[in-house]
Design a protein around this ligand. Structure first.
Ligand SMILES: [Zn+2]
Length: 56
C-alpha cells in the first residue's frame, strides 16, 4: 500500500512517512502549531444575516 505525501503529493518515504521528506514533515507540523487545521465536522460559519430585518 503506497501512500503519498500529504504536503506535496509525492510518494512518501519510509523514513519520513507519511511524508516524503523531513521538510514536508516540518511543514505539516508548522501547520498544526499554527492551528491551520480545523477539526472535521465543524463547518465554517457563514455570514449571518445582519441586514436588520425589522419585522414590524
Ligand atoms: Zn512532500
Amino acid at each position: 500500500m503506497k501512500s503519498k505525501c500529504p504536503i506535496c503529493k509525492k510518494p512518501s518515504v519510509l523514513e519520513f512517512r507519511p511524508f516524503c521528506s523531513k521538510r514536508c514533515a516540518d511543514i505539516d507540523l508548522a501547520h498544526w502549531l499554527r492551528g491551520d487545521y480545523r477539526i472535521e465536522g465543524e463547518e465554517e460559519k457563514k455570514e449571518e444575516n445582519e441586514e436588520g430585518d425589522e419585522g414590524e
